[in-house]
Unconditional design. Structure first.
Length: 139
């Protein structure tokens, strides 16, 4: 069995945002030489996410609005976590909702995604470098 590991580094200039990383994951699959297997893509930070959905700006704004209703950033005093001097208690909750990772089948050397499916990095406390792990296993 083959194994391939690659890291992506993300640094969004804004507190929150979504980045389509599908092409980066596809490139890693090609580099790996794996024809049949699995790829794990996960955010290596507790205020970021990786998820699969449609690459449609209206949907991304809907996510932003929905997440802000569920876990509003302000007032920052509402979160016990922020008593440590942080201001990102909401980002931890948003990450929990959106998820840490995705696993996608690799078939014939390609990501086996459904129609319209794309892989995204979700940032909830940006303006600093964070890591995304891509781990591919298979034959």
């Amino acid at each position: 069995m083959k194994s391939h590991r690659k890291e992506l580094w993300m640094e969004l200039p804004t507190r929150r945002g979504f980045v389509n990383i599908t092409s980066d994951v596809e490139a890693a699959v090609r580099e790996s030489g794996v024809r049949e297997g699995l790829v794990l893509v996960n955010a290596m930070h507790i205020t970021a996410s990786v998820f699969i959905n449609d690459d449609e700006p209206g949907l991304h704004q809907d996510y932003e609005d929905w997440l802000e209703k569920l876990a509003p950033h302000e007032p920052v005093s509402r979160y016990r976590h922020n008593r440590t001097g942080e201001d990102n208690g909401d980002a931890h909750l948003k990450r929990q909702i959106m998820g840490r990772e995705v696993v996608v089948a690799v078939t014939g050397g390609r990501l086996d995604l459904g129609p319209w499916e794309q892989i995204f990095y979700g940032e909830f406390d940006g303006r600093r470098r964070k890591r995304v792990l891509i781990k591919i296993i298979g034959e």
